[in-house]
Design a protein around this ligand. Structure first.
Ligand SMILES: Cc1cc2nc3c(=O)[nH]c(=O)nc-3n(C[C@H](O)[C@H](O)[C@H](O)COP(=O)(O)OP(=O)(O)OC[C@H]3O[C@@H](n4cnc5c(N)ncnc54)[C@H](O)[C@@H]3O)c2cc1C
Length: 488
């Protein structure tokens, strides 16, 4: 039982400090300083274990938040990691990277700052790894069934771990040269050091999951071959088709998609030999005037990356208006709040510009030199140009971080014959089965561009569907259903 008056004793929400900007810009390590466990226990005491813990609903994984908050308060860390792992395969990823919808729906957040749930989660899993409590959990017996997982992002990894532990022989196929999906090549090192991903993969390999990289399923292995070789398939290929900006000048050099740029910076951190004589990767911001088009998370990741590469100047454009400083009325508690956020990358510099639309890229000798832009206002849900607001801004490097439109229209999807939704995502029923029996889908490929926590939740739920398909029944948890889960 939690301390029902803890939030009265510890009224202030305390979160870890970020390392000084001038220090952290000199390296690619994570930006947060260590957090004292004594303070953490006080913060955990702020959780009152309210009668209806809305945080359970806020989290797609249904994390048992009040339970592990209380266990941390009592210093019972080993039980805390067991409760945490009961609903989340990878709290080491979500503890670092999740925007924490659970905190948005914390009851304490109605009239005080919410409990720092995400930090408690992170400290539990980091301590568990430090103490050697995170060990491989291989199955006691094998079922003789085989499953192919296509794609090694968080959805594919979660599905693979659940199914391997259930006794099926699971092979994860990844077309890239390393495992991890966006965890590996999208998310920069300063948000999550890749050693955290690697130690999880070590655990999964020891449990029996097989990983095969550099295999583009649908090309290197045909859909027919896949169906013939495996009893079931989980599609977890992500929503990798990026949104472009087809305006005059788009063909100029120096304009790149965020996901053409970020993987290169991540490869440098992996130690790949891709740098030129100047020590820089093929696309670099060093000494350049950079414009990032897109004000979301991907844009912020580009921002932190260009800072570390030594950009001369950076502007980040967002077409939407600046959100309010506090929770917008349109997103009342317990919804995930729309509000102005300052990420670590924003704190490091650059100018954020809202209500800005780019109409043309201007260039010289085939290379971008400037952007022609104007301000917009939103009228009846449509952007309307603000007369007299036109201006030009110089640029040597433009990064497009405007989101993703869905999965790629690949040979794999065509040859498998899976139905797509109106939005172009892979359609699925409540157990995450596609229109083709025995073929399941999880993560961004079925949901559209989303979050790691949703990918893990969908991977777990799809694994339960696959297990039932193979065995006739399943004891695996299925935290969500596509038809009832809200989109985000
Ligand atoms: C730059 C960036 C930063 C982000 N930051 C955050 C964040 O901080 N927090 C957060 O919650 N979310 C974040 N997101 C969103 C999050 O990363 C995704 O929602 C999540 O990774 C989706 O997981 P997934 O497993 O569905 O797909 P992905 O992670 O996209 O993985 C799909 C994998 O499938 C592989 N693949 C595709 N087709 C094939 C094929 N035919 N054969 C073999 N392999 C194939 C791809 O190469 C890829 O590796 C970010 C996204 C981006 C782009």
């Amino acid at each position: 039982m939690a301390d029902p008056k803890g939030f009265l004793k510890y009224t202030r929400r305390v979160t870890p400090k970020r390392r000084p900007v001038e220090l952290r810009l000199r390296d690619w390590k994570e930006v947060y300083e260590d957090f004292s466990h004594e303070t953490l226990r006080e913060q955990a005491t702020r959780c009152m274990d309210c009668g209806i813990p809305f945080c359970h609903n806020g989290c797609p994984l249904g994390n048992l938040i009040p339970e592990w908050n209380n266990l941390v308060r009592l210093g019972r860390w080993r039980e805390a990691i067991e409760r945490l792992h009961a609903t989340n395969n990878f709290p080491d990823f979500t503890g670092r990277l999740c925007p924490a919808p659970c905190e948005s729906s914390c009851v304490l957040g109605i009239n005080q700052d919410p409990v720092t749930i995400k930090q408690i989660e992170l400290e539990i899993i980091d301590k568990a790894f430090d103490e050697g409590w995170v060990v491989p959990l291989p199955p006691e017996r094998l079922t003789g069934k085989t499953v192919a997982v296509v794609g090694s992002g968080p959805a594919g990894l979660a599905a693979a771990q659940q199914l391997t532990r259930s006794g099926h022989r699971v092979t994860v196929f990844e077309r890239a040269d390393r495992i991890g999906g966006l965890l590996r090549y999208g998310i920069p090192e300063f948000k999550m050091e890749k050693r955290h991903l690697n130690r999880r993969l070590d655990q999964m390999k020891a449990e029996g999951t097989e990983f095969r990289t550099n295999v583009n399923v649908g090309v290197d292995i045909t859909a027919d071959q896949l169906r013939a070789d495996f009893d079931a398939v989980v599609l977890a290929g992500g929503a990798t088709a990026w949104r472009d900006l087809p305006i005059p000048g788009r063909e100029l050099d120096g304009i790149h998609q965020a996901m053409e740029f970020l993987p290169l910076a991540n490869r440098v951190q992996e130690g790949d030999d891709i740098v030129g004589p100047d020590g820089e990767p093929p696309i670099t911001a060093k000494g350049k005037r950079v414009i990032i088009i897109g004000g979301g998370d991907t844009g912020a990741d580009c921002l932190g990356t260009v800072h570390r590469q030594g950009a001369l100047s950076v502007h980040q454009f967002e077409i939407m208006p600046r959100p309010p400083d506090t929770r917008a009325e349109s997103t009342p508690w317990p919804m995930y709040e729309l509000m102005f956020r300052v990420s670590a990358a924003h704190e490091e510099g650059g100018e954020r510009m809202f209500s800005v639309n780019t109409e043309e890229f201007i260039g010289r000798d085939g290379h971008v030199t400037a952007l022609k832009v104007h301000e917009v206002t939103m009228v009846d849900g449509k952007f309307v140009r603000t007369e007299g607001s036109d201006f030009e801004i110089e640029a040597d490097l433009v990064l497009l971080a405007m989101g993703f439109v869905g999965p790629e229209r690949s040979e794999l999807l065509a040859d498998l014959g899976v139905e797509l939704t109106e939005r172009g995502n892979v359609a699925r029923g409540d157990d995450f089965e596609t229109s083709v029996p025995g073929v399941y889908v999880a993560g961004d490929m079925g949901r559209g561009q989303s979050l790691i926590v949703w990918a893990i939740a969908e991977g777990r739920a799809a694994a339960a569907g696959v297990d039932r398909y193979l065995m006739g029944r399943s004891a695996l948890p299925a935290p969500i259903k596509p038809t009832t889960a809200p989109q985000r």
